[in-house]
Design a protein. Structure first.
Length: 250
């Protein structure tokens, strides 16, 4: 989903999508959502996945991430009660963002927004304490859901809606990729990989590990590199920390 469309060497307005590095954990996704929230001038965000794929009568919305704080349970229940069935049906037939008003009518009230995006489905007031907008994402049987934002002054201009819809797809792709990695069993570390990690965890550098194990420095780095990959880590330090958590080393 990361690309840049240019005209005369400069990105067009609303099309400044840089290549995005996939998240390595959910903690990497949270700041992305916070940045989107600020850009939308929203007060909060939430990510919902549609569970029960292939079972039409069993599908439901599951909240994966949110920053609703103490109101999380109340807001989740209100959203599902007001629009749950509509959202589940909508994602099967359309990818238009859905917008709903708050108790005072915003942002559905035409007088409260500037340049509303034309391709938005507007919902009637359904009991939500805040106005909101939900961006549908459809990535297959297990990758469907919504990234939504709530608040009283949400930016629903056309450029903002297009930009945040693209970023919502990236968020859902991150979640799906993390789920897929969890579903694949980690490869078992070899004895040499464990030995090199243990000594590295003890603070020894590659030259010292090589001398202690009777190996070349190149071989030690190869073992540490393969262990890092098997542990789905981004560097040696993270691999050591994960190996400790998994009980490979102490």
């Amino acid at each position: 989903m990361g690309y840049s469309r240019t005209t005369g060497g400069e990105p067009e307005a609303g099309m400044q999508y840089l290549r995005v590095q996939r998240a390595s954990s959910r903690s990497d996704i949270y700041p992305k959502l916070v940045a989107m929230q600020k850009s939308m001038r929203a007060a909060s965000f939430a990510v919902f996945r549609v569970s029960g794929a292939g079972l039409p009568n069993k599908r439901k919305l599951i909240c994966e991430l949110d920053n609703w704080g103490a109101s999380a349970t109340e807001n989740t229940a209100a959203l599902i009660g007001a629009y749950g069935d509509i959202l589940i049906h909508h994602i099967d037939v359309s990818l238009l963002p859905m917008i709903w008003p708050g108790p005072d009518g915003e942002p559905g009230d035409a007088d409260s927004v500037v340049d509303p995006a034309p391709l938005i489905r507007r919902l009637d007031e359904g009991g939500m304490p805040y106005a909101g907008i939900a961006f549908p994402v459809r990535l297959g049987a297990v990758g469907n859901g919504y990234v939504l934002f709530c608040g009283t002054a949400i930016d629903v201009s056309s450029d903002a809606v297009i930009d945040q819809h693209v970023r919502s797809c990236q968020i859902m792709m991150d979640l799906l990729a993390l789920d897929e990695r969890k579903a694949v069993p980690s490869e078992t570390l070899s004895e040499r990989e464990i030995s090199c990690l243990q000594l590295a965890g003890d603070g020894q550098i590659s030259e010292e590990i090589a001398e202690k194990l009777g190996l070349s420095v190149h071989t030690v780095n190869a073992y540490l590199g393969s262990a890092t990959i098997k542990l789905d880590s981004v560097n040696r330090i993270q691999a050591i920390a994960k190996a400790i958590r998994l009980g490979y080393i102490h």
